[in-house]
Design a protein around this ligand. Structure first.
Ligand SMILES: *Cc1c(COP(=O)(O)O)cnc(C)c1O
Length: 230
């Protein structure tokens, strides 16, 4: 069941990217509320990048997967809000943190990234629709945060992430994705390591890919509806 969902999602991504004349973006499988077995099933189909909303749930998934057998070569992404007091744990559990949105996290993540690991990949989360309910920095704060991340030897600045407001009008959503693309192009001009624009979810991946997403974050379309609100 999961296998065919993965094929369907990859086909959606490929169709959207072809239509836009772009290379296929990477697929991040969002595993919140799923059992480790569901992750293992996707991994067996070749899916590598796994997205987690909570530090504790990621730790549990990694532990449960290890218990299921030889650990697959998975790449772990934090896509949920990061509290400062969890920065230390996040710096060891994850390969990517997509939700860096304030300066305070930079030193904490850099300091706690183990020296024997490759640098922690970082995306800056942008509150692109200026929603009071959402985390993420203001578009105008990206350059300063990016420079501070780039200064840290144990961090690698890779790009930007956003969760646009769930506007029913696709044109409004596309406009938000387009603004993200412009910010991304700006950032790329000043930082050679920047190559990732993470945007688009199950409902709007086609819109995001059309506007230049290089990574889409997909939960429901891969795993089915989540049992709990999240
Ligand atoms: C849950 C979640 C997703 C995936 O959403 P779906 O609609 O289930 O595909 C993507 N990004 C973030 C930040 C999420 O919290």
């Amino acid at each position: 069941m999961v296998a065919s969902s993965l094929q369907e999602v990859n086909a959606r991504i490929h169709t959207a990217a072809s239509a836009a004349g772009r290379p296929d973006p990477r697929l991040l499988a969002v595993a919140k509320t799923q059992p480790a077995q569901a992750i293992a099933a996707l991994a067996a189909q070749g899916q590598r990048a796994i997205g987690e909303n909570y530090v504790q749930e990621a730790a549990a998934h990694q532990r449960d997967l290890a218990a299921l057998g030889p650990t697959h070569d998975l790449e772990w992404h934090l896509i949920g809000h990061l509290q400062s007091n969890k920065a230390r744990e996040a710096a060891t559990l994850f390969d990517w943190v997509q939700t860096l949105d304030r300066g305070k996290l930079i030193g904490a993540l850099a300091r706690h990234r183990p020296a024997d690991r490759s640098p922690l990949n970082v995306l800056i989360q942008v509150n692109i629709d200026d929603e009071s309910s959402k985390h993420g920095c203001a578009p105008g704060a990206v350059a300063t945060l990016a420079a501070a991340v780039a200064d840290e030897a144990t961090l690698c600045l890779r790009g930007l992430m956003a969760i646009p407001a769930p506007a029913p009008d696709p044109a409004v959503r596309s406009a938000a994705f387009m603004r993200m693309r412009a910010l991304f192009e700006d950032l790329r001009r000043s930082h050679a390591s920047v190559d990732t624009l993470s945007m688009g979810m199950s409902d709007d991946l086609e819109l995001a890919v059309a506007e230049g997403a290089t990574m889409v974050r997909i939960g429901t379309a891969l795993f089915g509806a989540r049992p709990l609100a999240s």
